[in-house]
Design a binder for this molecule. Sequence first.
Ligand SMILES: Cc1cc2nc3c(=O)[nH]c(=O)nc-3n(C[C@H](O)[C@H](O)[C@H](O)COP(=O)(O)OP(=O)(O)OC[C@H]3O[C@@H](n4cnc5c(N)ncnc54)[C@H](O)[C@@H]3O)c2cc1C
Length: 417
Amino acid sequence: MKKIAIIGSGIAGMTSAYLLSKKYNVTVFEKNNYIGGHTATVEVEMGGQTLAVDTGFIVFNDRTYPLFEKLLAQIGIDRKPTEMSFSVHNLDTGFEYNGHTLATLFAQKRNILRPKFWHLLWQIVRFNRICKDIYHSGEYEQALTLGQFLDRHNFNDFFRNHYILPMGAAIWSTSIKKMNDFGIEFFIKFFFNHGLLDITNRPQWYVIPGGSKQYIDPLVNEFKDNIVLNAEISSVQRLQDKVKILFSNGDVQEFDKVVFACHSDQALSLLGDASEAERQVLGAIPYTANSVVLHTDESLLPVRKAAWASWNYRLDNNTDRAAVVTYQMNILQGIESQLPLCVTLNCDDAIDENKVLRRFTYHHPVFNSESLAAQQRRTEINGVNSSYFCGAYWYNGFHEDGVRSAVDVARLLDVEF
Ligand SMILES: Cc1cc2nc3c(=O)[nH]c(=O)nc-3n(C[C@H](O)[C@H](O)[C@H](O)COP(=O)(O)OP(=O)(O)OC[C@H]3O[C@@H](n4cnc5c(N)ncnc54)[C@H](O)[C@@H]3O)c2cc1C
């Protein structure tokens, strides 16, 4: 039986190992001391209870996650409906709203009398209509960015800064400024497919009862004895029909093939003998670091409790900073707890130190015109030189994308899902 090394145990690595282990002898190498990558549920002791809180991957839906849902069904994992709502809280002006229902839209009563707010609602409807028309016609203006698109259609700053840019920045963990550079075609397709251009008819979102890590054990069950944690790989060398994995303690192991299920930049850094195409393609899809804090400090949420949403954007006048988003985990996971459980991205300084439960750093792929062009060149490196590449970065950066890219790799190795 041919031997395959898989580097990384996030959803992409676990799915490729799950599929490839049906036909090959797989070994998964993971540099962390746990399996799962961004599937990272932690346990919190509070009020005499042990609570399982997701700090990375949390939600998926019934429209744009078909492969992930198929995988969950195969391994017998349940899902439970959740609410996906979005609030914006402007620190400088105190303006806030939660788009979930009519009542939460006007959680701040003053909004009823604000012509700017009514104009914002009207612009949301106009934006959705224009984008849907473009989606249906298929007539995207190539190379147009979201910022240029907003200029062209005369959307004002209030709409940009309190709706579309924060929402995009929250989704891709980037800054409001960088959101302007997103390609309009990529943006419209994503928003359309996720029902974000509709006020009604949105997909139903789900979480995994007991935390997302619940799916890990059944998914890795068939190959769990072949997972090496705390692996310190120093480099990967490709020889004629063989792959050598070199470890920092001097050990060397040989395989027939290698699947890089780590991030694009991590894969490139392991390839001492990277080809020109690998350097160009992987090098054009960078990742950025995001700090993530699990805490109980409700000052990161909107002032009015009725405006608390599952995703809460904290806006200030610095459009360069990465999105400050707080996931309200009680709403998302349906957890009842003594204190509110929050996961905040990119805002270490504002969180009361006494209310911090855990700190993490996770990395997100950067999507710009260069990285989108590089995605299209995947076939130049995938399956070439006994090397395969999977990870959410090949598509939109989400869990479905991790699964999809792993299914692509399995297919190249003659294993169907
Ligand atoms: C805070 C946060 C919340 C998110 N929420 C959602 C969500 O709700 N829904 C959703 O769909 N997506 C969400 N995402 C996106 C998430 O990144 C993807 O869904 C997906 O989990 C990424 O999977 P992956 O396998 O590509 O990468 P990862 O999960 O990052 O896995 C890569 C693995 O490779 C390992 N690795 C790296 N280098 C090496 C090496 N040299 N040797 C060995 N191992 C190595 C890493 O340690 C890691 O375990 C979220 C991301 C973050 C950061």
